[in-house]
Ligand binder design. Structure first.
Ligand SMILES: Cc1cc2nc3c(=O)[nH]c(=O)nc-3n(C[C@H](O)[C@H](O)[C@H](O)COP(=O)(O)OP(=O)(O)OC[C@H]3O[C@@H](n4cnc5c(N)ncnc54)[C@H](O)[C@@H]3O)c2cc1C
Length: 463
């Protein structure tokens, strides 16, 4: 990086907020993909005005800018794949600005950690439902930019369902407001809607206004045991169709059950084909009982051999332990986990899981599956040994076949992790040339010099 540029940033932000040293280049070179790309430097803006001046300068000088939250992304969105500067919000722009109890709205800076917001609003009797498993460290800016989902998505939806308004800075430094604190707003294009899930490629989000809801008072957990994945998948969508919307309806297949049981010895049914874990919530005991009755009936009608209701908080935690520790337990099947978060309409889940099984046989790979089946989102993990190149190649071929099957079933490449660099090569499977060109036109309208997080989302034809 040209010394003049560094001096500009130091004069703007103060030396204590500008780092072009090796330690910072390494510290900000990775995310959850474990791939490494060192940025030239890291900037810590103190406020929106700083962001605006950084972007204007970078735009004028064609310097790449990569916004970064906690770097917990699974697809490389926060990686500086072609150098440039990282803008990080963790140091200064990390405050909850307002919790408006009358309108049930929170206004936050992008660096606020999801769990900090959840705790702050719960102290006031309110509820911010989106709960990605990374909630202890991922930021609201990152959540909005990836449209993060979580365990509670089946009932409460995902990040986009809570974003009411955004403030953001365009690559040329212009500051824009998109949306309002109002429940209704149909004036003009839905710019906030375009920025959600844009993976830091269109604008830098500087303030987020989020809808809050009343916190339900009661919650209960139950687990259904099935002989086959097919039975469990039928039970998922038939439960919803029967009129019950559980907070969560999570699934583990037999490979996952065995991996968790072998590692942690929790008394799980090792011979089961699949288990479903469901939470229901509400304000009346009687409503929860009724919901569990319906779930029990639908599970049994679809072949459940057992239905266990947690008697207390500890038993509920024990049931959830299996799901929460599944991801690490399945590493017993291979040293490289190629994990995807494909999503289909819920009624297609039985077909999707059948197709995954067939594809695993064809490519001779082990594919434990678990995840948020309540919203049709399956974490599909092709496990291979990274030392065996031929096996790794087969693993990626299996992944491509799984993507194709997902799209044939009306599904999407990603339910929550985004595209970034990891899934960029597969965008062509999901979108026509016309659709990809429309994406490129949108990118160009926001970022004509292609300085903001370029070479992501399959937008650059040659990358
Ligand atoms: C163990 C684990 C579990 C996970 N579980 C879930 C899960 O259940 N559900 C889920 O959805 N995801 C999950 N994730 C993925 C990840 O946590 C989410 O994608 C999260 O939203 C990323 O937030 P972050 O702050 O780490 O963002 P980063 O990874 O730093 O960035 C993500 C993207 O957002 C952009 N960005 C960040 N801040 C801004 C901003 N202010 N303006 C513009 N662009 C910005 C970045 O450029 C990048 O493209 C998990 C990750 C891990 C490691």
């Amino acid at each position: 990086m040209n010394k003049n540029h560094i001096v500009f940033f130091e004069n703007l932000l103060g030396e204590e907020n500008v780092y072009f040293d090796k330690a910072h280049q390494i510290a900000y070179s990775y995310d959850a993909t474990k791939k490494r790309y060192e940025p030239d430097g890291v900037l810590f803006p103190r406020n929106e005005d700083d962001v605006s001046k950084i972007l204007k300068y970078c735009n004028d000088n064609h310097i790449i800018v990569v916004p970064r939250g906690a770097g917990s992304g699974f697809t490389g969105g926060a990686l500086a794949v072609n150098g440039g500067v990282i803008i990080s919000f963790e140091k200064h722009m990390n405050k909850i600005l307002e919790i408006d109890l009358e309108n049930m709205v929170a206004v936050v800076e992008p660096g606020v950690i999801n769990m900090d917001l959840q705790k702050a609003v719960e102290e006031k009797g309110l509820f911010y439902p989106p709960d990605p498993a990374s909630q202890d460290y991922s930021t609201i800016g990152g959540n909005v930019s990836e449209n993060a989902g979580g365990m509670r998505a089946a009932k409460y939806g995902i990040t986009k369902d809570y974003v009411m308004a955004l403030r953001a800075v365009l690559p040329n430094g212009d500051i824009i407001k998109a949306g309002k604190k109002t429940i209704k707003d149909v004036a003009g294009y839905n710019v906030a809607g375009i920025l959600i899930a844009s993976e830091g490629s269109l604008a830098v989000i500087t303030e987020i206004t989020l809808k809050l809801i009343a916190k339900p008072k009661l919650k209960k957990t139950a687990m259904g045991v099935f002989n086959s994945v097919n039975e469990a998948m039928n039970a998922v969508y038939k439960t919803m169709a029967a009129g019950v919307t559980p907070v969560a309806m999570e699934f583990l297949d037999n490979l996952c059950i065995r991996a968790v049981e072998d590692k942690f010895n929790k008394g799980l049914p090792k011979e089961a084909g699949a288990i479903l874990i469901a939470d229901v919530d509400g304000n009346l005991e009687a409503t929860l009982e009724k919901d569990l009755e319906v779930i029990n009936r639908v599970f049994k009608e679809n072949g459940a051999t057992d239905f266990i209701i947690a008697k207390n908080e500890q038993e509920s935690k024990d049931m959830w332990f299996a799901r929460r520790n599944c991801s690490q337990a399945i590493t017993c099947y291979g040293s490289l986990k190629i994990n995807e978060d494909i999503t289909v309409p819920r009624s297609e889940l039985p077909k999707l899981l059948q197709r995954i099984k067939e594809i695993s046989t064809v490519f001779n790979v082990t594919t434990p599956c678990f995840g948020h089946t309540g919203d049709g989102n399956v974490h599909t993990n092709v496990m291979v040994n990274k030392e065996n190149q031929e096996e790794v190649k087969r693993g990626y071929e299996a992944i491509e076949a799984i993507f194709r099957a997902t799209i044939e079933l009306g599904g999407t490449l990603s339910g929550e992790h985004g595209i970034g660099i990891s899934k960029a090569p597969y965008m062509k499977l999901a979108f026509s040339d016309e659709e990809m060109n429309l994406f490129r036109s949108i990118k160009k309208a926001f970022d004509p010099n292609n300085i903001l997080n370029p070479f992501k989302m399959g937008l650059d034809e040659n990358k």
